[in-house]
Design a protein around this ligand. Structure first.
Ligand code: FQP
Ligand code: MG
Length: 217
């Protein structure tokens, strides 16, 4: 795979709990709208487990494969390995990034970070990209930390964190361009796409904001 940075522009993160309708339809519509990478994040109250979770992941992965969109699994390294997913995303409270790297070989490894120290440690552990956030307050993650603000993107870049970096947490159409102008390679969204009345149109607008801002940088 070419540098993961190229795929980070519009990162759709979703699980069945986030969807108001069939997750397969939600993903299909988001793909039509131009998402560039997808993360299966099945967690929270009512999340699927076991075979149901595996079957949904398989179907979502199939959709991504058809459209050459990287399929990333959140938290669940064993599920990622059994599916032969394109990569895994882990946070500070999940399995240590270094151990995950040993398990997944050269698959994509994303690590959540909230500050400079965590960013430096994640890269030392072999992260291919950083998920920085929450940038703004979010309702999609029950145990989210306090919002770190757009300033943290700039602060990491000023402190020589040049690695691929996607920003996440409460990002909307109104704030997407500011996040890119601050130095992120892309935005990650859950509810901004999942809760949209017209998912494909919303996704197209988000993509347009990101690409336009990238061309200005
Ligand atoms: N899932 C995520 N995806 C990203 C992405 F890179 F996609 F922007 N960044 C951050 C997170 C948060 O990851 P984590 O801290 O483990 O919490 P959770 O497992 O509840 O998502
Ligand atoms: Mg996690």
């Amino acid at each position: 795979m070419s540098d993961v940075r190229d795929f980070l522009s519009l990162y759709f993160v979703m699980g069945s709990v986030d969807c108001k309708k069939d997750p397969l339809d939600v993903l299909d519509e988001a793909i039509q709208g131009g998402i560039t990478i997808f993360q299966f994040r099945e967690k929270g109250k009512g999340a699927l487990t076991g075979l149901e979770k595996y079957r949904l992941a398989e179907k979502l992965f199939e959709r991504c494969r058809l459209h050459h969109i990287p399929f990333i699994v959140n938290d669940d390294v064993d599920l990622a390995l059994s599916l032969e997913a394109d990569g895994v995303h882990v946070g500070q409270e999940d399995e240590a990034a270094k151990r995950v790297r040993d398990k997944i070989g050269n698959k994509i490894l994303g690590v959540s970070v909230h500050n400079l120290k965590e960013a430096q440690a994640a890269l030392a552990d072999g992260a291919d990209y950083l998920g920085l956030g929450p940038i703004f307050p979010t309702k999609s993650k029950e145990d989210a930390k306090a919002a770190c603000g757009i300033e943290m993107i700039q602060y990491l870049r000023e402190n020589k964190i040049d690695a691929p970096l996607v920003a996440i947490g409460g990002i909307t159409e109104q704030t997407a361009a500011d996040v890119i102008r601050a130095g992120a390679d892309g935005i990650a969204v859950i509810s901004e796409i999942c809760h949209a009345d017209h998912i494909t149109e919303k996704t197209k607008r988000l993509y347009a904001h990101v690409i336009h801002a990238k061309h200005q940088n």
